[in-house]
Design a protein around this ligand. Structure first.
Ligand SMILES: *Cc1c(COP(=O)(O)O)cnc(C)c1O
Length: 471
């Protein structure tokens, strides 16, 4: 079949588009690119980037897209060069009101924790050297000491993340044997991380007991055989079961385990070391409570409500922790020096009673409503007439207390003059600094709770720029 030609008027337009295409040498002469060359960017790389853009524009012109100017091409090349030379990941202002936002890197670290990590990274260190006698030291000792003090555990070990801590724990304690789990807890924790799969990977065999909504301590007790290595309790961190439900207290499960001579392992998820109920939200179980109630081993994250770096902690009986440390997987999952340095400093904030003032996530959780209101008002004023302040709710996120909300005050921005809410949100993400915001109908909502107060002005200016059509 002969290909049909475009109607003559469209063909004329396409030819005009191609004729108006800027040349490579035109684009190279434009100030942004000329400045790159003057600053020492290799000529071949800059020319290659310009050629690529011109070729893209030519392909687009053949489809009828009007060509960019030489200046547009030069700016795009310079912007791309700047982005690729900048540090990655880029710092983002989190105005979503979700404190532990997994896509934004979960917990920001305290200034001291950042310094500790940077110092460990900068040079050689006594990570595994005992400076007193010159012998090999233990990379886990400093973190373990503080964890013992904070949780009452006999010993502890930190690995790469909590999924890793669980995998290591189950492999060391239960490979080739059975682990008893309530049907209501054999769940997916997030990102495809499912309890039954972790058990399978560890080499342990899952034995489900109870029903989806009701499980009793006697269900665990009856399921124990001579093949049982442990009872596993998984905190329902990202969902709730409501209505006709029953789950035994951890102490009852521990008593059932003790009666049959098997340890109870407790995956806490967040593992808050402070009582969240003091901030008017629900109570997230703490490692110290869980150990006191009889758990032999608890697992929790470093970068959820602990407010530290990505890490997974296993704490509890000295005998079990020793089994974890000497398991071959411990080497595969071991935490690096920057993580251990930041984690230890974060834990010291708790030991010194300064967690709420020093650890960013606790400062955010504890922020009084009046303070959030004053900050939201100041941001709205700086943004201008499109912004007002309304009531709203912040969330912990990161699979912690999923149904609990912290009352907050939001800057509500009318985006109708800026191409609509998703267009404004796009400009905010693409801006400098990038801003992550919430969209509700035709409005973009900004929650000051997870924004460091010293970034409020930058946030307001980014929004004003977005409203003015810049990104
Ligand atoms: C988040 C979570 C995990 C996984 O922790 P990571 O540190 O993200 O690996 C495991 N169990 C529970 C209950 C969780 O909430």
């Amino acid at each position: 079949m002969p290909r049909s030609l475009p109607p003559p008027n469209i063909a004329r337009e396409m030819n005009a588009n191609l004729r108006n295409l800027p040349s490579v040498s035109d684009a190279l002469a434009q100030p942004p690119v000329a400045a790159m060359l003057a600053a020492g960017h290799p000529h071949s790389i800059v020319t290659g980037a310009v050629r690529e853009r011109v070729a893209e524009a030519r392909a687009a012109a053949a489809r009828g897209v009007p060509p960019p100017s030489a200046g547009d091409i030069a700016r795009a090349v310079a912007d791309a060069a700047e982005r690729s030379a900048a540090d990655w990941p880029a710092l983002v202002i989190n105005a979503t009101g979700v404190i532990l936002h997994t896509n934004l890197g979960r917990a920001p670290l305290s200034a001291e924790s950042v310094r500790a990590a940077a110092s460990a990274a900068e040079g050689y260190s006594d990570l595994e050297l005992d400076l007193a006698d010159g012998r090999r030291g233990d990379r886990h000792a400093a973190v373990a000491q503080t964890l013992r003090q904070l949780t009452g555990a006999e010993d502890a070990v930190a690995v790469n993340n909590n999924a890793g801590a669980m995998l290591l724990g189950l492999a060391a304690v239960a490979a080739g044997r059975e682990v008893v789990v309530s049907r209501g807890e054999a769940s997916e924790i997030g990102g495809g991380f499912r309890i039954p799969d972790v058990l399978a990977q560890s080499g342990a065999k899952l034995v489900e007991v109870g029903t989806v909504n009701r499980t009793y301590a006697r269900d665990y007790e009856r399921a124990v055989t001579d093949q049982t290595a442990a009872l596993l309790v998984v905190h329902r961190s990202n969902f709730r079961v409501l209505g006709f439900t029953h789950e035994p207290a951890l102490a009852e499960v521990a008593a059932a385990g003790a009666a049959r001579g098997v340890p109870v392992l407790h995956d806490l998820g967040s593992g808050a070391l402070l009582d969240t109920a003091q901030f008017g939200i629900g109570h997230e179980p703490t490692p110290q409570e869980s150990l006191a109630a009889g758990a032999a081993l608890v697992f929790f994250s470093g970068d959820k409500l602990l407010g530290g770096p990505q890490a997974g902690i296993a704490a509890g009986s000295a005998e079990l922790v020793a089994a974890l440390r000497s398991h071959p997987l411990a080497r595969a999952l071991r935490a690096d020096k920057m993580t251990l340095a930041a984690l230890r400093r974060t834990l010291l904030h708790y030991a010194r009673g300064e967690a709420i003032t020093k650890i960013p996530i606790w400062r955010m959780i504890a922020a009084p409503l009046e303070e959030l209101d004053a900050r939201a008002m100041a941001v709205a004023e700086r943004v201008g007439a499109a912004a007002s302040v309304v009531d709203g709710a912040s969330r912990l996120g990161g699979g912690s207390l999923p149904t609990d909300e912290l009352p907050t005050r939001l800057v509500s921005v009318d985006a109708s003059g800026a191409g609509g809410a998703s267009e404004l949100a796009r400009r905010l993400r693409a801006g400098s600094p990038p801003v992550a915001a919430r969209i509700e109908g035709e409005r973009v909502l900004l929650d000051p709770r997870a924004v460091p107060p010293e970034r409020d002005a930058a946030l307001a200016d980014a929004v004003a720029a977005g409203l003015a059509g810049e990104d």
